[in-house]
Design a protein around this ligand. Structure first.
Ligand SMILES: [Zn+2]
Length: 312
């Protein structure tokens, strides 16, 4: 831990000069005048950001992203500040109950279009650009919305799977969620996809009556169809977790963007980076479980911070 203490000390002192410079620049900078207060970084966040930017200079980072990076694309962070859903759908309960499968797909049928229509925001785009310039080695995401790929990132590891794919739990055949939507629409001609519901990042939407909702089995083998995402109570596939850790080993630094690190599948990257002596930068609104390991912590929206952090 000693190198971290030393660098932290350096950054604190260096940052004091940066802090004063930022204050002067802010009052003098006309280019920020068109932005509302909510769109601006606080002085404290800007101060931390300049330190983080300095610390990452000339480095190739592995970036771990969570729900916070997608909130500005209209996908709410249902865990919020460390919250978990009241009644998470677990792998065992889904696989063990046809009723829960029907409920899942009925809700997903209504909620899916909101996820499918979401577009990448400046945070996703900044990471895709930084990959193109060699500053980001890999993005490891806890999100299932595939917005990094939509933004143009090539090296994306979907730690928790992807909601745009559906997997047969017997023969492993994959169909697209779009194809599943066509099948569900055909099976349930009377059900409306009214969009005015509360929804969560896994495409869940509240609908009153799912009695009589029809769901398909695998066309190839009759098996159970499940969204290709890691449910609560399900492990990240070992091959995926191992590959992601190997990429962390190749990177110079770890950047956490929009995750409170409440799930161990994310926190273990921070602990491993700390063990390997790699600098850790955290960008998140709110406290994270990895804060104690971070060289710099920027408390602000990823859409504001990432373009600046990886900018010229
Ligand atoms: Zn099958």
């Amino acid at each position: 831990m000693r190198p971290f203490v030393i660098v932290n000390y350096f950054l604190r002192n260096w940052n004091y000069a940066g802090y004063l410079a930022a204050r002067v620049a802010r009052t003098a900078s006309p280019k920020l005048d068109h932005m509302s207060e909510a769109q601006r970084l606080s002085v404290a966040a800007d101060y931390a950001l300049q330190g983080a930017k300095q610390a990452l200079q000339g480095m190739r980072a592995l970036v771990l992203t969570g729900a916070g990076i997608s909130t500005d694309s209209g996908i709410p962070d249902y865990r919020g500040a460390g919250r978990t859903p009241k009644h998470p759908l677990t792998f065992d309960s889904f696989m063990g109950s046809r009723e829960l499968q029907v409920r899942y797909w009925a809700r997903s049928f209504v909620g899916w279009s909101r996820i499918a229509d979401a577009v990448p925001n400046p945070g996703h785009i900044a990471l895709a650009d930084a990959e193109a310039t060699g500053r980001v080695l890999h993005v490891v995401t806890q999100n299932v919305d595939a917005l990094h790929q939509a933004a143009g990132s090539k090296n994306v590891i979907d730690l928790h799977g992807r909601l745009d794919r559906v997997r047969c739990m017997s023969c492993s055949q994959i169909i697209s969620r779009a194809e599943m939507d066509i099948i569900l629409t055909r099976l349930n001609p009377g059900v409306s996809k009214d969009n005015e519901f509360e929804f969560t990042p896994d495409g869940d939407a509240e609908i009153e009556a799912y009695d009589g909702f029809m769901i398909p089995d695998c066309a190839a083998c009759g098996g159970v169809l499940k969204p290709d995402v890691v449910f609560f109570g399900e492990q990240v596939p070992a091959v995926t977790a191992t590959f992601a850790m190997e990429q962390l080993g190749r990177a110079d630094a770890l950047v956490v963007a929009g995750s409170s690190l409440t799930v161990n599948s994310g926190l273990r990257f921070v602990k491993q980076a700390a063990r390997l002596g790699k600098p850790i930068v955290i960008v998140n609104l709110g406290v994270t479980k990895g804060d104690q390991y971070a060289l710099a912590k920027v408390e602000a929206s990823t859409s504001l911070v990432l373009p600046e952090l990886f900018g010229a």
